[in-house]
Design a protein around this ligand. Structure first.
Ligand code: PXP
Length: 239
């Protein structure tokens, strides 16, 4: 059964709207764990638009489950990761103008740059996951550069407008997940998952972890974080 990683970036987005101290993503992480989250995910962006360095430092000391740090493969972020030592780093592409991560990493195109980053992080005791589109070549290349895991981008599945395209996107996602598992990688999924669309993905046995942010934080604003997490676990069939 897939485990749930709760992405709390949006809690920091609300705080940064006023550049004040509340709401504190550290509090959100505690409540998410009390609700049954198996891990906490944050994306420390180069422009620090939501999560701040201070958040990652305090989360490292307080998260009782697993801390997954999403980041770009830059020198600055590698240095921070090696200092803070999250349980896992998920490498993602990053563009300043984007509202959220827009697609998977092009591991095939950037393997020369990415391979030493994976090695440096892994030598530092950190598991490295590559966020990739459901593309067999990207999965193979992630394995070839010695990543320990892949997170399959579920945006195409989540954004599908009708049953037929949703079914096709799910099939591609499952094919990529099967290949990754056969190659010995841990297999995660995420992006755009909601209470309504998570069921079919959570039923795919290859996935060991789903990372979900927007949908959970949006519900948490109305019903509280603990309940929002419990309801997502119910939707995943994980409770
Ligand atoms: N996985 C990755 C790699 C992401 O970049 C994001 C968004 O930050 C998520 C999962 C969570 O996506 P969402 O907020 O749409 O649930």
């Amino acid at each position: 059964m897939a485990q749930l990683g709760v992405n709390i970036d949006h809690v920091a987005t609300v705080r940064q709207a006023r550049r004040v101290a509340e709401p504190d993503p550290v509090h959100a992480a505690v409540l998410a764990e009390l609700g049954g989250a198996h891990g906490i995910t944050v994306h420390l962006r180069g422009d620090r638009r939501h999560i701040q360095d201070r958040d990652v430092e305090i989360l490292r000391a307080t998260v009782k489950t697993r801390l997954n740090l999403e980041m770009a493969a830059t020198q600055e972020m590698v240095r921070i990761a090696l200092t803070i030592k999250p349980d896992q780093v998920t490498l993602v592409p990053e563009r300043r103008e984007e509202l959220t991560t827009e697609g998977g990493l092009d591991v095939v195109l950037n393997s020369v740059q990415l391979k030493p980053v994976v090695k440096t992080l892994h030598d530092g005791g950190i598991r490295v996951s590559m966020f990739v589109d459901p593309d067999l070549e990207q999965v193979k290349e992630s394995h070839r550069i010695d990543a320990q895991a892949v997170e399959i981008n579920t945006a195409a599945y989540a954004d599908a407008r009708d049953d037929k395209s949703r079914e096709a996107a799910l099939r591609k996602t499952v094919d990529a997940a099967r290949l990754a598992k056969r190659l010995g990688l841990q297999v995660h999924a995420g992006h755009g998952l909601t209470y309504r669309n998570v069921g079919p993905l959570a039923a795919v046995s290859e996935f060991s972890e789903l990372n979900i942010g927007h949908s959970i934080v949006a519900r948490a604003v109305l019903v509280g974080m603990e309940r929002a997490v419990r309801e997502m676990l119910d939707a995943m069939g994980a409770r």
